[in-house]
Ligand binder design. Structure first.
Ligand code: PNS
Length: 158
Protein backbone atom coordinates (compact mmCIF):
# COMPACT_ATOMS: atom_id res chain seq x y z
CA UNK A 1 0.00 0.00 0.00
CA UNK A 2 1.47 3.33 -1.06
CA UNK A 3 0.71 6.16 1.35
CA UNK A 4 1.71 9.76 0.68
CA UNK A 5 1.45 12.92 2.72
CA UNK A 6 0.62 16.29 1.21
CA UNK A 7 1.70 18.89 3.78
CA UNK A 8 0.93 22.59 3.92
CA UNK A 9 -0.57 25.48 5.81
CA UNK A 10 -3.81 25.56 3.79
CA UNK A 11 -4.77 29.00 5.12
CA UNK A 12 -7.17 28.60 3.33
CA UNK A 13 -7.26 25.66 0.90
CA UNK A 14 -7.26 26.93 -2.71
CA UNK A 15 -8.38 25.41 -6.01
CA UNK A 16 -4.66 24.87 -6.71
CA UNK A 17 -4.32 22.72 -3.57
CA UNK A 18 -7.49 20.82 -4.45
CA UNK A 19 -6.14 20.10 -7.95
CA UNK A 20 -2.94 18.64 -6.44
CA UNK A 21 -4.96 16.59 -3.93
CA UNK A 22 -7.23 15.16 -6.65
CA UNK A 23 -4.35 14.30 -8.98
CA UNK A 24 -2.08 12.79 -6.34
CA UNK A 25 -4.94 10.76 -4.85
CA UNK A 26 -5.13 8.99 -8.22
CA UNK A 27 -1.42 8.08 -8.03
CA UNK A 28 -1.26 6.63 -4.49
CA UNK A 29 -3.44 4.26 -2.48
CA UNK A 30 -3.88 6.65 0.41
CA UNK A 31 -3.22 10.38 0.68
CA UNK A 32 -2.93 12.10 4.05
CA UNK A 33 -3.26 15.88 3.81
CA UNK A 34 -1.19 17.24 6.71
CA UNK A 35 -2.14 20.68 8.01
CA UNK A 36 0.80 22.28 9.79
CA UNK A 37 0.19 23.89 13.15
CA UNK A 38 2.94 26.47 12.77
CA UNK A 39 3.42 28.50 15.96
CA UNK A 40 5.62 31.06 14.16
CA UNK A 41 2.84 31.97 11.71
CA UNK A 42 -0.34 33.76 12.68
CA UNK A 43 -2.92 32.01 10.51
CA UNK A 44 -6.18 33.62 9.41
CA UNK A 45 -8.03 30.36 10.04
CA UNK A 46 -7.75 28.21 13.16
CA UNK A 47 -6.50 24.67 12.81
CA UNK A 48 -10.03 23.35 13.27
CA UNK A 49 -11.37 25.64 10.52
CA UNK A 50 -8.61 24.66 8.09
CA UNK A 51 -9.09 20.95 8.75
CA UNK A 52 -12.88 21.22 8.42
CA UNK A 53 -12.68 23.14 5.14
CA UNK A 54 -10.30 20.52 3.72
CA UNK A 55 -12.56 17.69 4.89
CA UNK A 56 -15.53 19.31 3.21
CA UNK A 57 -13.87 19.97 -0.16
CA UNK A 58 -12.28 16.49 -0.34
CA UNK A 59 -15.34 14.52 0.82
CA UNK A 60 -15.71 13.05 -2.70
CA UNK A 61 -12.24 11.45 -2.47
CA UNK A 62 -12.48 8.17 -0.57
CA UNK A 63 -8.71 7.60 -0.18
CA UNK A 64 -7.95 11.07 1.21
CA UNK A 65 -7.90 11.93 4.89
CA UNK A 66 -7.07 15.16 6.67
CA UNK A 67 -4.81 15.38 9.73
CA UNK A 68 -3.12 18.19 11.60
CA UNK A 69 0.50 18.00 12.70
CA UNK A 70 3.08 19.82 14.80
CA UNK A 71 6.82 19.62 14.42
CA UNK A 72 8.81 17.97 11.69
CA UNK A 73 7.22 16.73 8.49
CA UNK A 74 9.43 13.62 8.51
CA UNK A 75 8.06 12.58 11.90
CA UNK A 76 4.51 13.11 10.69
CA UNK A 77 5.23 11.05 7.55
CA UNK A 78 6.64 8.20 9.68
CA UNK A 79 3.54 8.30 11.93
CA UNK A 80 1.37 8.03 8.80
CA UNK A 81 3.49 5.13 7.45
CA UNK A 82 4.09 7.26 4.36
CA UNK A 83 7.21 7.06 2.23
CA UNK A 84 6.24 9.78 -0.20
CA UNK A 85 5.70 13.52 0.25
CA UNK A 86 3.70 15.34 -2.41
CA UNK A 87 4.30 19.00 -3.20
CA UNK A 88 2.97 21.21 -5.98
CA UNK A 89 5.36 23.31 -8.08
CA UNK A 90 3.87 26.47 -9.53
CA UNK A 91 6.89 28.20 -11.01
CA UNK A 92 10.67 28.20 -10.95
CA UNK A 93 10.50 30.54 -7.95
CA UNK A 94 9.10 27.65 -5.88
CA UNK A 95 11.90 25.34 -6.92
CA UNK A 96 14.79 26.43 -4.71
CA UNK A 97 12.83 26.28 -1.47
CA UNK A 98 11.17 22.99 -2.41
CA UNK A 99 14.48 21.42 -3.40
CA UNK A 100 16.07 22.49 -0.11
CA UNK A 101 13.12 21.13 1.85
CA UNK A 102 13.05 17.78 0.05
CA UNK A 103 16.84 17.33 0.36
CA UNK A 104 16.70 18.15 4.08
CA UNK A 105 13.83 15.72 4.59
CA UNK A 106 15.75 12.97 2.80
CA UNK A 107 18.82 13.55 4.94
CA UNK A 108 16.66 13.18 8.04
CA UNK A 109 14.68 10.26 6.65
CA UNK A 110 16.41 8.58 3.66
CA UNK A 111 13.37 6.43 2.85
CA UNK A 112 11.19 9.50 2.37
CA UNK A 113 10.99 10.72 -1.23
CA UNK A 114 9.30 13.89 -2.42
CA UNK A 115 7.37 13.93 -5.66
CA UNK A 116 6.44 17.19 -7.32
CA UNK A 117 3.32 17.74 -9.37
CA UNK A 118 3.36 20.75 -11.64
CA UNK A 119 0.40 22.94 -10.88
CA UNK A 120 -2.29 23.21 -13.50
CA UNK A 121 -1.48 26.32 -15.56
CA UNK A 122 -4.75 27.95 -14.59
CA UNK A 123 -3.59 27.95 -10.94
CA UNK A 124 0.07 28.82 -11.55
CA UNK A 125 -0.36 32.28 -10.00
CA UNK A 126 -2.46 31.15 -7.06
CA UNK A 127 -1.55 31.04 -3.36
CA UNK A 128 -3.40 31.24 -0.05
CA UNK A 129 -1.84 34.65 0.57
CA UNK A 130 -3.24 35.97 -2.74
CA UNK A 131 -6.67 34.69 -1.67
CA UNK A 132 -6.39 36.44 1.73
CA UNK A 133 -5.27 39.66 0.05
CA UNK A 134 -8.12 39.58 -2.50
CA UNK A 135 -10.71 38.83 0.18
CA UNK A 136 -9.33 41.58 2.40
CA UNK A 137 -10.06 44.15 -0.32
CA UNK A 138 -13.46 42.66 -1.15
CA UNK A 139 -12.35 41.07 -4.43
CA UNK A 140 -14.10 38.19 -6.17
CA UNK A 141 -12.40 34.99 -4.98
CA UNK A 142 -14.67 32.52 -6.79
CA UNK A 143 -11.89 31.60 -9.25
CA UNK A 144 -9.47 30.89 -6.41
CA UNK A 145 -11.17 28.76 -3.74
CA UNK A 146 -13.74 25.94 -3.79
CA UNK A 147 -17.31 27.31 -3.87
CA UNK A 148 -18.11 25.67 -0.51
CA UNK A 149 -15.68 27.90 1.38
CA UNK A 150 -16.07 31.29 -0.35
CA UNK A 151 -18.42 32.67 2.32
CA UNK A 152 -16.17 31.48 5.17
CA UNK A 153 -13.20 33.33 3.68
CA UNK A 154 -15.17 36.53 3.05
CA UNK A 155 -16.66 36.44 6.57
CA UNK A 156 -13.17 36.79 8.03
CA UNK A 157 -12.96 40.32 6.64
CA UNK A 158 -16.39 41.68 7.58
O1 PNS B 1 2.01 25.43 2.41
P1 PNS B 1 3.36 25.74 2.95
O2 PNS B 1 3.24 26.74 4.07
O3 PNS B 1 4.32 26.16 1.87
O4 PNS B 1 3.93 24.38 3.60
C1 PNS B 1 5.22 24.33 4.16
C2 PNS B 1 5.42 23.01 4.91
C3 PNS B 1 4.29 22.78 5.90
C4 PNS B 1 5.45 21.86 3.94
C5 PNS B 1 6.79 23.08 5.63
O5 PNS B 1 6.89 24.30 6.31
C6 PNS B 1 7.01 21.95 6.62
O6 PNS B 1 7.14 20.80 6.24
N1 PNS B 1 7.05 22.30 7.91
C7 PNS B 1 7.20 21.33 8.98
C8 PNS B 1 8.52 21.54 9.70
C9 PNS B 1 9.64 20.81 8.97
O7 PNS B 1 9.63 19.60 8.82
N2 PNS B 1 10.64 21.58 8.53
C10 PNS B 1 11.78 21.05 7.86
C11 PNS B 1 11.62 20.98 6.38
S1 PNS B 1 13.07 21.63 5.68
Amino acid sequence: MKTAVYPGSFDPVTLGHLDIIERSSRIVDELVVGVLNNSSKNPLFSMEERVNMLKEVTSHLSNVRIESFDGLLVDFAVRCHANVVVRGLRAITDFEYELQMSQTNRIMCPKLDTIFLTTDLKYAYLSSSIVREMAHYGGDISAFVPAAIIERVLEKFI
